[in-house]
Design a protein. Sequence first.
Length: 107
Amino acid sequence: MSELSFGTAVAEEVQAEQGGGQDTLAMSMDEFAALEERVLRAVNLVKRERVTRAEAEARATEAETKLSEQTGTIDHLQREVGALRAEREAVKQRVDRLLAELDALEV
């Protein structure tokens, strides 16, 4: 049953219950139309919110994936920085030793 025929059927039922009063029927039809409009707006709002939620969940999943990928990269870079610092310290010690030997030669 289409929305229009459903509305007509409801209006006829209301008219039959009220003894056919036109003023009451017109008011009831207006109220029914307003209710129908509010229900349709609510349905559309729920649909939009579901789409928005699905999009947000997809973005969150993508962000979690990127984060897990970057965590591995961060760990690797932290190890590399540690190795470079250790190498720098070893080079510094060698340079200090060479400078000490040069100082000993000047005496």
